[in-house]
Design a protein around this ligand. Structure first.
Ligand SMILES: *Cc1c(COP(=O)(O)O)cnc(C)c1O
Length: 463
């Protein structure tokens, strides 16, 4: 068959199942899929002298592409933004160990709530709790769906009124920590929603321990701290040290809680980031309950973790709401495997976040220039290397950047936003960042093993 004999578009569109896809996501999308397959065939024939396959083979490829689009409302993307924990792009990529554990446990039966020694019902959380105790120094732990659920469970357990319709008990929070983290999570609203009564103390810039002391009443349920994940207050400021607040709580018999947000288990300084208090440090400060996400700096699956004193955790374990917030076996398998890495020497560097953060700008510069060289001189004018700044993301060190290096793409004719849109339009999809007249692909967030896919995407978009 010669190129002139390639089947026409309408022949594919005439196939009943292909036509069915047009009803599902539009004729344009189906035509694009057919076009893609025909273009691949043409370019293989011209460039690599590969024989043109039979119509049925091409039809199978069209079907495979459409099936993928159908399954993949959720599709794989290459993150060129340089934001390592990007909430909109799925936050923390999982370590190979976590993926393997999910694969093994989710694909079959397991001892999820079964004690293999006695052959009777066991605890869903026992194994992961032991790991959380070992990695944080806390007495006990609980796992729920996300950090927002963890906060909800804490407030519902300690601050909701037991009398229906009655205002909840009081939670004291300093004004400089009344955070909105996005996605509709505003601390004052969450407090109200959970039936607690918010008592604000201090001012935006200055809060003292005596502000908390003065606000104490017989209705005080909790003294609460929150991580200011996405802002910082600088200048004429003063804050209450966590250990001071914990000591006050112990003195007056009111539990203290800290919404840590990201929740880091290791020192971030070796990764060029400012030190964030680790969960272990917060526990050591004497805070009774610490809540944090499983899929931010911890690098695990979406989950919310609460660690704290045995008595505080026991109260939450008795809350019927826990049943509604519980996590599934795949999450527990992945979380357990991720936490296990933290008890091995440097095991956490197997977690993609830490592997990506470890690269220096020089490492990335070398990768970008080798990549440009491999693309070949056809692309010389349109690709270049450029120094950038990358972010950890995920609510840690909100204003901190790390030196990074990106591929800058310019095709001269198209404006960079349209060009970036083309990079996202078809697989392998690349989410680039537009800066000036270029679309940037920061190599900090491109795993080396995905460079071939990246090259494919760029060649397809530039040609
Ligand atoms: C991210 C964050 C949360 C919410 O965590 P999710 O796991 O997304 O629910 C809550 N509080 C703070 C301070 C955060 O940074």
């Amino acid at each position: 068959m010669s190129l002139r004999d390639l089947p026409a578009m309408h022949r594919f569109l005439g196939e009943p199942d292909v036509a069915g896809y047009a009803a599902l996501f539009g004729t344009t999308a189906v035509k694009t899929a057919v076009d893609d397959v025909l273009r691949d065939v043409r370019s293989h024939a011209v460039r690599d002298s590969v024989a043109i396959p039979a119509y049925d083979v091409m039809l199978a490829r069209v079907r495979a592409r459409l099936a993928r689009e159908e399954n993949d409302g959720l599709v794989d993307v290459l993150n060129g933004t340089g934001i390592v924990l990007h909430t909109n792009l799925g936050r923390a990529p999982l370590a190979p160990e976590a993926l393997a554990a999910m694969h093994e446990i989710a694909g079959g039966y397991s001892n999820l709530e079964f004690d293999l020694a006695t052959g009777t019902r066991g605890s869903r959380y026992a194994r992961v709790n032991a790991l959380l105790r070992a990695t944080t120094g806390a007495e006990d732990a609980l796992v729920v769906n996300n950090c927002a659920a963890a906060i909800l469970l804490i407030l519902d357990t300690f601050a909701r009124s037991s009398v229906p319709g009655r205002a909840g008990r009081e939670v004291i929070v300093s004004r400089n920590q009344l955070v909105e983290i996005g996605g509709g999570f505003r601390l004052p609203d969450v407090l109200r929603r959970s039936g607690a009564t918010l008592v604000e103390v201090g001012t935006t810039n200055k809060v003292y321990l005596r502000d908390f002391e003065r606000a104490l009443s017989s209705e005080t349920a909790l003294l609460m701290r929150s991580h200011t994940s996405n802002y910082s207050i600088e200048g004429f400021v003063s804050d209450v040290a966590p250990a001071e607040l914990a000591a006050l709580g112990k003195r007056v018999g009111v539990p203290t809680v800290e919404d840590l947000g990201s929740g880091v288990l290791v020192d971030l300084a070796p990764y060029g980031l400012p030190h964030e208090r680790t969960v272990g440090e917060v526990v050591a400060d004497g805070i009774d309950l610490v809540a944090f996400s499983g899929d931010k700096l911890l690098g695990g699956p979406q989950s919310g973790i609460i660690v704290g004193t045995a008595s505080a955790i026991a109260r939450m374990r008795a809350n019927p709401l826990l049943r509604a917030l519980r996590v599934d076996k795949a999450t527990l398998a992945a979380l357990g495997a991720t936490l296990r890495l933290y008890v091995q020497p440097n095991g956490h560097e197997r977690i993609p976040f830490y592997a990506m953060m470890r690269a220096t700008r020089e490492d990335l510069r070398a990768r970008v220039h080798a990549f440009i060289e491999r693309l070949g001189y056809d692309y010389d004018e349109r690709v270049a290397g450029v120094e950038t700044l990358a972010y950890a993301g995920g609510g840690a060190a909100p204003t901190a950047t790390v030196p990074s290096y990106a591929l800058a793409l310019r095709d001269g004719r198209t404006n960079p936003n349209a060009f970036a849109a083309r990079l996202r339009a078809r697989a392998p999809r690349v989410v680039a960042r537009v800066e000036g007249d270029a679309a940037l692909v920061d190599f900090r967030t491109i795993p080396p093993e995905r460079e071939t896919d990246l090259a494919r995407a760029i060649v397809a978009t530039l040609s």
